[in-house]
Write a protein of this length. Structure first.
Length: 300
């Protein structure tokens, strides 16, 4: 059941109002981006939602209203809508390029409908105040399909978190625990390594002088705490020590790290009981793999 404030209920009872969709994106780093599909900016719940105006982005064109699909039970609800970026930018990047670089990956989205009283004189001011909002959808961005001039956002409700493989534990050669989880028992904070980016870094390659041996951060992660990439983390493909050393990433950061940008790196685990896995963390007692299970090609 949707709830509404007393002021909003009073406005709805008049049957004279305008409705505006409000989109709040909360990026992985905690930054909130707020836009509206209304003709003017909207103030709602103490927050300002920018309209596309002349520059964009433009939400909910007449031929493509946001499509919400609600289902009974535990099936995942979905939301699909198109965005025409215009000349809009996100953190200094053109909107479509920001989408391509993964700025919206894993972002939380809240879709609200705001209701506004009729304007005096027949036209709304550049910034219109809402009498109240109703939350229509909350979820996470699952996929962004990009065209030459259009971005289609596919959002799943949080019910998707219930999509787990059962049984949880499988008989396989590699350890079934996830590094740093409760079953693994290794303290993530104990293995955190602070560092700063050096010159020559790129979105997919971070240069830094670290004391660890080559391979220490392989399959681990790196997350920036300062600079334009603050709040973003990526998986490390390989680490080669040196002055400076290099951390090659599986997926690039949205921006090239600048010299002096601070980060925190964590070592990874190759899921074996050897030097690249449990032995690396002195955690062989919790190894939960079956290394002598034959591979399917040789099993009879």
């Amino acid at each position: 059941m949707k709830t509404a404030s007393a002021a909003l209920q009073a406005l709805l009872a008049t049957s004279q109002f305008a409705a505006a969709d409000l989109y709040t994106f909360t990026l992985a780093g905690g930054q909130a981006l707020r836009w509206t599909g209304f003709d003017t900016d909207v103030i709602a719940n103490g927050n300002s939602f920018a309209s596309g105006a002349q520059g964009g982005p433009f939400f909910d064109r007449q031929d493509n209203k946001a499509k919400c699909h609600w289902k009974i039970g535990v099936e995942v609800d979905t939301l699909v809508f198109d965005v025409m970026p215009g000349s809009a930018s996100v953190n200094g990047l053109p909107f479509l390029e920001a989408c391509r670089l993964g700025v919206f990956d894993g972002a939380e989205l809240q879709l609200e409908r705001a209701f506004l009283a009729p304007p005096a004189g027949g036209l709304y001011p550049p910034v219109a105040a809402s009498a109240g909002t109703v939350v229509l959808f909350v979820g996470r961005v699952a996929e962004v399909d990009l065209g030459r001039s259009l971005a289609t956002f596919n959002v799943n409700s949080h019910l998707e978190l219930l999509n787990l493989n059962l049984p949880r534990n499988l008989f396989q050669s590699g350890c079934v625990n996830s590094l740093y989880d409760a079953a693994c028992g290794v303290s993530r904070a104990s293995y955190a390594v602070a560092g700063t980016a050096a010159g020559g870094s790129s979105p997919s390659l971070v240069n830094a002088t670290l004391v660890q041996a080559s391979g220490w951060f392989d399959q681990g992660s790196i997350g920036f705490t300062t600079g334009p990439n603050a709040g973003f983390a990526r998986t490390v493909k390989s680490y080669i020590a040196g002055s400076p050393g290099t951390l090659a990433l599986i997926a690039p950061f949205p921006f090239a790290p600048a010299p002096g940008d601070s980060f925190t790196a964590y070592p990874g685990c190759d899921k074996t009981n050897g030097a690249g896995g449990c032995a690396k963390f002195a955690n062989t007692a919790r190894f939960k793999g079956f290394p002598f299970v034959p591979i399917p090609e040789t099993a009879v």
